[in-house]
Design a binder for this molecule. Structure first.
Ligand SMILES: [Zn+2]
Length: 252
């Protein structure tokens, strides 16, 4: 049976001289592993479409639990990513998060869109890497069921306060009256602009997701909160994150 799908290559694994396995985040099958015979040969017909971070149309054959590449067509190749080590490192971190958290055989249109848009902005340089990283982290967690509950104080429902406290462990916010330092040691204070930014990222409709601006000061805190919340809740040490941070020139 031949299946046609669209997706982005998140990982390549070399097999022998000329073959490879690719992990592809598809729009309708979740993340699948495809065996690409001969794709590593120079001038192989499937070579451009099956390289890392290529967004392509794949025609695959399913035999048992395995997918075999029949033919492929590149839709978009983010060439610019390869020219910039920091961009490539951040894209690899995004890919590792998806590979770790996305399940196969599940529709994943929103995650695919999130990845494609993030790579597009990363590639073009239209938004800063730190901005794209925070938006990706918080939105991805929201898409996979780990959306922080930040509409109001989890205890009394207070919607706005000069400062709110974000509790990392359960992803809630508390107002100063309900916040107890002894109970919630792992908390971050949220200024109003920061609270608005987090609300926007997790709740806004997809089309508007990147349409907001924040100050460097707010970005710096958002960066800290998004990363810490992700690492805590996925409970995973991401090697790609460590690498990204080790080579990253400070944007602040
Ligand atoms: Zn309260």
């Amino acid at each position: 049976m031949l299946i046609t799908t669209r997706g982005i290559v998140l990982r390549e694994k070399q097999v022998g001289e000329n073959d490879k396995f690719i992990d592809v985040l598809t729009n309708d099958l979740g993340v699948i592993e495809i065996s690409a015979k001969g794709a590593r040969k120079i001038n192989a017909k499937n070579s451009p479409a099956s390289q890392l971070f290529a967004y392509s149309k794949f025609c695959v054959q399913k035999r048992g639990e395995r997918y075999y590449l029949n033919s492929s067509d590149p839709i978009h190749i983010f060439y610019d990513l390869r020219l910039d080590m920091e961009k490539l490192a951040l894209a690899s971190y995004f890919a590792e998060i998806i590979l770790f958290s996305a399940t196969s055989e599940e529709p994943s249109q929103e995650i695919l869109r999130l990845m494609l848009n993030s790579l597009e902005f990363l590639s073009s340089g239209k938004r800063s890497k730190e901005f794209l990283k925070s938006v990706f982290e918080l939105r991805l967690l929201s898409e996979i069921g780990l959306m922080p509950d930040i509409v109001g104080c989890a205890e009394c429902g207070a919607y706005l306060s000069d400062k709110m406290y974000f509790i990392f462990e359960n992803g809630i916010i508390l107002c100063p009256t309900c916040y107890d330092l002894n109970l919630h040691a792992e908390a971050a204070q949220l200024s109003l602009p920061l609270l608005h930014a987090i609300r926007y990222i997790v709740l806004t409709e997809f089309e508007k997701l990147w349409n907001f601006k924040i100050s460097d000061e707010v970005q710096k805190k958002l960066n800290y909160i998004a990363e810490k919340y992700l690492v805590l809740h996925l409970d995973k040490h991401f090697k790609t994150l460590e690498f990204y941070k080790s080579i990253c020139s400070k944007e602040f």
